[in-house]
Design a protein around this ligand. Structure first.
Ligand code: FMN
Length: 404
């Protein structure tokens, strides 16, 4: 492939760029608990809430580099990452932060990343998205077969940005190919690798289990820090994952979305059972806290992100409180309404009503031990906590995790 980027390789960052473990320790603060990039869900408001509950590093939702590179498209650009309010990537309230991009054009990727390099600690390349939209656009996991292009995408950022580049990828069906791939990403310049232990075909209802053995092989083969991604549902899974993979940190997406407190109180080691209640707060309280953050921000949270979060946070009770589920589903918020001035009130009202009911049920169970209240889900073998508490949601058949 011919490229017009040669001139850019002469760029010399003004400050010394740290690499690998030095970057991981000195800039990021050695994070072990990492919130994954999530389209429409790892937005600023969620990041603020997550940091309160123990998240040590967070990735933005993926930003399409091709779209971002078009600087005339201000509204869409701000929806991806709002540069005008100054809140996203703010050094005191939104760091450490890694901005993730997807794309397949090295020049556009570099142009987009350059525009955000002052607002984050690193830029990540998404090599894992398995969705149809990624297939159509030829990005994410659909680049997996074009290693030359991937090398160029990572390397152009490595050579030209003033901050490090990182990469998040899925495993292949063999350990050998997965390891070769990871080593290629390291050679290209990736300073942290996140290994999602599922192959491209494992998605949606077929997600199944992530393969920690492949993640371990990657960790052993490279010299840069590695984050393990996949299978983290309960707090107790974290230490097991770190032990079995040897990785530097764990990244969670769905587990963290359903329980924002997944990473809290991690300095207190938890045995396999008992469950630690501080890691499973009452969900209606968390939903209200999230809405308070949304209201407090100048940066606009997308209405779909808000609804998505509320459904996930309060999921344990929505199947029984069907009237509230219906009300939640019917709420429509004007895209232009001012969140600070009551536009979110319909959501607040549903959450307050939920809180009242959950507090009532929790009071009714006073005197019982948690063990008496926990049941085991027949289909998955996972523990089900009382319906007023946050807890993981597992969509696939039996996960057979050691700790669930
Ligand atoms: C709502 C949602 C949005 C996601 N968006 C992204 C994304 O923008 N970029 C990305 O690399 N992965 C994305 N993923 C995948 C996750 O980052 C993660 O790799 C995957 O869900 C496996 O982790 P888990 O088992 O902890 O859920 C998304 C996942 C979810 C559930």
């Amino acid at each position: 492939m011919t490229t017009t980027t040669e001139h850019l390789t002469t760029f010399k960052p003004t400050t010394r760029k740290l690499a690998g473990y030095q970057f991981y320790r000195e800039v990021l603060g050695s994070p072990k608990y990492v919130v994954a990039p999530m389209v429409d869900q790892s937005e600023l408001a969620w990041r603020r809430l997550s940091r309160r509950y123990g998240a040590q590093l967070i990735y933005t939702p993926m930003i399409n580099a091709k779209i971002w590179a078009d600087s005339t498209n201000k509204v869409i650009r701000n929806a991806f990452f709002d540069l005008e309010t100054g809140e996203e990537g703010d050094p005191t309230t939104d760091r450490p932060l890694i901005v993730q991009f997807c794309g397949n054009d090295p020049e556009k990727l570099l142009k987009s990343a350059k525009a955000l390099e002052e607002h984050c600690d690193a830029v990540d390349l998404n090599l894992g998205c398995p969705q149809e939209i990624a297939k159509k656009g030829k990005y994410g996991a659909f680049l997996q077969d074009d290693w030359d292009l991937i090398y160029k995408l990572v390397n152009i950022l490595h050579v030209n940005l003033s901050i490090p580049v990182t990469a998040k990828f899925r495993v292949f069906s063999t350990v050998e190919k997965t390891v070769e791939y990871a080593k290629m990403l390291e050679r290209a310049g990736a300073q942290i690798l996140t290994c999602h232990g599922r192959i491209r075909e494992q998605r949606g209802q077929n997600a199944g289990l992530a393969d920690w053995a492949k993640i371990r092989a990657v960790k052993e083969a490279v010299s840069v820090p590695v984050f393990a991604n996949g299978n983290i549902l309960f707090q107790s899974d974290i230490e097991v994952c770190l032990r079995e993979t040897g990785c530097d940190g764990v990244m969670s997406a769905e587990g963290q979305l359903y329980n924002v407190a997944l990473f809290s109180e991690t300095d207190k080691p938890t045995a396999l059972p008992p469950l630690n209640l501080s890691q499973h707060p009452r969900h209606a309280d968390l939903a209200l806290e999230y809405l308070d953050i949304v209201k407090s921000l100048k940066t606009r949270t997308s209405v779909s992100a808000i609804k998505g979060h509320l459904f996930k946070i309060m999921r344990p009770a929505l199947s029984r409180e069907t009237d509230l589920r219906e009300r939640l589903g019917k709420v429509t918020i004007k895209k232009t309404g001012n969140f600070a001035e009551g536009a979110l009130q319909p959501y607040v009202d549903v959450c307050l009503e939920m809180k009242e009911r959950m507090d009532r049920d929790a009071k009714g169970a006073e005197g019982k031990s948690l063990d008496e209240l926990v049941t085991i889900d027949e289909a998955t073998g996972l523990r089900i906590l009382p319906h007023w508490l946050t807890q993981p949601y597992w969509r696939s058949p039996k996960p057979a995790l050691a700790t669930g």
